[in-house]
Design a protein around this ligand. Structure first.
Ligand SMILES: [Zn+2]
Length: 379
């Protein structure tokens, strides 16, 4: 027996003098369901005679969904879907909304099923494909997600999921398959910063400095300028791109990394760096122990943007070492410097979400590649 048929077969009597229940989730009682059933029955009668009322009916379902009352929303769609002689266009819309109800309620298999049925009627509509792509991505079926985004003609998203697929192949020890998949991702979108990051991280781990230099140079010319810092930040973190990227890793100070950082600084300096890349250049130099050179890059950062707080913080920290400070004063300063370093450095340019780790798809508003670096503290 299906999830929906449970509701269809329940015979409930309408209790006329009771206010409608707006209780959501598990708290709703039998009477609430009965009221809803009665309201839906009434609406159904109206809809039967006035086809235009279908819109209102579907909107009512959306309202329930927005309140988290998934079962009631689904019940409404289903009472439309089972109606004999229903216009196929309306049936497919009801199936689409049913899919969204299930998706919202976490019934993912049922959601896919409803969307596929809607697709059988109307074909590959962008709305249905988008829902299916997101469901596939959410259940880590990255290959499938990439195929849906390919049908949607969204290369950035397609490349993203190919990169994630490559990461999975790589974790499973399927290195040549991983590399082929990454090549494909970059063929589809050479702007895919996540794909470049995986390519470069692998070369660094393998110890191929010359290849790393060449690919880093190409990446700098291909990745959109405002996202280059994501590339450097990701290489510094040196972990799986889509995993739980640590803010800093113990490996950062390892002198095995110095030649790579040096090469990165050289390439960055030749790529007409902006204010953020001046800051990252300084950070790389600092990690290699080249404090004096780092200071020059930090000064340049401040010349380009005098409110760039992190550059100011690092310069302040460097200057502190040249002062004669009492232990107590130094202690206070260290405290503030450490607190300031923990400020979340990244923000979503679409919704303002702040994070201390890089992201490719905003966890809050779902925008793609909307990450930006907080140059100023009030950003
Ligand atoms: Zn956002």
């Amino acid at each position: 027996m299906s999830f929906l048929s449970v509701f269809k077969k329940k015979k409930m009597t309408a209790s006329e003098n009771r206010a409608p229940s707006y209780l959501s989730g598990a708290g709703k009682g039998r009477s609430g369901l009965a009221d809803t059933r009665a309201a839906i029955d009434e609406l159904s009668k109206v809809v039967k005679d006035t086809p235009e009322a279908v819109e209102i009916y579907l909107a009512l379902g959306n309202l329930y969904r927005s309140q988290g009352e998934i079962e009631r929303a689904a019940q409404i769609r289903n009472s439309l879907i089972v109606r004999p002689g229903l216009d196929p266009a309306i049936k497919s819309r009801a199936l689409y909304e049913l899919g969204r109800d299930f998706s919202r309620g976490g019934f993912l298999d049922r959601a896919v099923n409803a969307f596929e049925k809607a697709r059988e009627i109307v074909g590959d509509s962008p709305e249905i494909l988008t829902e299916l792509a997101e469901l596939a991505a959410g259940s880590r079926e990255f290959e499938k997600a990439a195929i849906f985004y390919s049908k949607l003609n969204q290369p950035l998203q397609e490349a993203h999921y190919l990169a994630r697929l490559a990461e999975d192949y790589s974790s499973a020890g399927e290195d040549s398959l991983a590399q082929r998949t990454l090549k494909k991702a970059l063929r589809i979108s050479s702007h895919s910063v996540e794909s470049w990051l995986l390519v470069l991280t692998r070369l660094k781990q393998e110890g191929s400095l010359e290849k790393f230099k060449k690919e880093f140079q190409t990446a700098l010319s291909q990745v959109p300028k405002h996202l280059i810092f994501v590339l450097v930040e990701g290489i510094l973190a040196e972990s799986l791109v889509f995993g739980d990227t640590p803010v800093t890793t113990k490996d950062q100070g390892n002198n095995r990394n110095y030649p790579y950082y040096q090469v990165m600084v050289e390439e960055i300096s030749q790529s007409d760096p902006d204010v953020i890349m001046h800051y990252y250049g300084a950070r790389l130099l600092q990690l290699c122990g080249k404090q004096d050179e780092a200071e020059v890059w930090l000064e340049k950062t401040l010349m380009l943007n005098q409110n760039f707080w992190l550059a100011r913080l690092e310069l302040f920290n460097l200057a502190q070492k040249q002062q004669e400070l009492t232990p107590s004063f130094k202690n206070q300063l260290d405290f503030f410097v450490n607190v300031a370093r923990k400020v979340q450095r990244f923000t979503c340019s679409s919704c303002g979400l702040k994070r201390d780790r890089i992201f490719f798809n905003c966890p809050r508003c779902r925008s793609w590649h909307s990450i930006s670096f907080r140059k100023e503290l009030n950003q």
